[in-house]
Design a protein around this ligand. Sequence first.
Ligand code: BGC
Length: 462
Amino acid sequence: MVATPRLPDFAWGVATSAYQIEGATAEDGRGPSVWDTFSATPGKIRDGHTAETACDHYRRFPEDIALMRDLGIDVYRFSTAWPRVQPGGAGPANEAGLDFYERLVDGLLEAGITPIATLYHWDLPQPLEDSGGWIDRDTAHRFAEYAAITAERLGDRLRHWITLNEPFEHMALGYALGQHAPGHTYLLDSLPAAHHQMLGHGLATLALRAAGASHVMLTNSYTPAIPFSGNETDIAAARDYDALHRGLFTDPVLLGRYPDFSGFGLDSAALPFVKDGDLDTIAQPLDGLGVNYYNPTRIAAPAPETPLPFDIAEFDHVPTTDFGWPVIPSGMTQTLVELTEDYGDALPPLWVTENGCSYDIAPDAEGRIDDRVRIDYLSAHVKAVDDAIEQGADVRGYLVWSLLDNFEWAEGYHQRFGLVHVDFETQARTPKASFDWYADLIAQRREGDDAGAPGDTAGDQH
Ligand code: BGC
């Protein structure tokens, strides 16, 4: 077994998730997940794409590790698939599934790359959805059991763990609006799915610590809520949106309470699904907070008869990615600085665990992919992280979403976020111009770091 490399004070990396790249959905004992069911439902995924093969990473992972070695990254964030590790969502582990992650982790360590494993990136075992999914409190306990099984097997070589990825998106898209698996349209009745994910996070953190984990994080998505205008009604709407997107998934973890939900007609101190002791369980000390940042969100007062106290509006005259997402790098600085100011001493070190953009640039006659729009996006956002550090944010790492073009959920293979182009017919991988740019940036920063350049933050993160 190879020892975990020592991380620099500021780590560079890339991120992926199991369902989006692995494929092999029915192999070696993997059970079905909510995403398999959702993808098989006509009309849910653009052009009926499925992740049955995805990037075939399950078989091609050595080639993908070689690409990461060429990039020169310090850390690789991937996710373990719960239905591969524990096919029924409860009960015994699937040793073949754990074997796969052990091979992956060993390959990373041999390449000098520190693995960061996310335990849950939205692929719930279908049997758990059949008994209520995250609306059911028991799923939080099942999640802790799965965390314990995974850490017991991998914890001797894998030190860095993330419990959940973006519980806000999972609740909003999966349980409130029905655009993601499991496809429910419960609107505000989806709130138990938020609380039970938070409870699952706390219980899993305890399980990871019991198995000896030394570095545990939660990854949230963050987006500054920008009021549509200076009108009091728009400002109040932005405050309510922020309570839902940021406060709901940050306050209980860092402050041990839920934010003010009066704008939703709710008393956050008397939510019926919150039991005595839950908030203490949720507020476990963490070693870092993962920040996924893509863009800010413009918020207006709601139109009459709208069920929610806000509307989402478009920004005027800003460039957008192929996904239609506004490109506003200053939102990255704002996110990191506001977390720092608003949570103060309660805030652990920050890690940008995802940042990236979707641009579909076809290979030219020589097969090169000249994605300078991605280089522009990423360099502006790295600069925005530098600015946040200068303004006092304690940021320890920056990870690009994503290493590979991959299965972009309801958009299928239409949105390409990768530094590496994937031909989904042949599985050929071709590094894009942005790949070379990122490799150069990492090499330059590493030299600069030795001389104490920006991004050189103090403290022990190991
Ligand atoms: C998710 C990824 C997703 C990316 C781009 C994040 O919300 O964690 O799984 O692919 O954004 O949409």
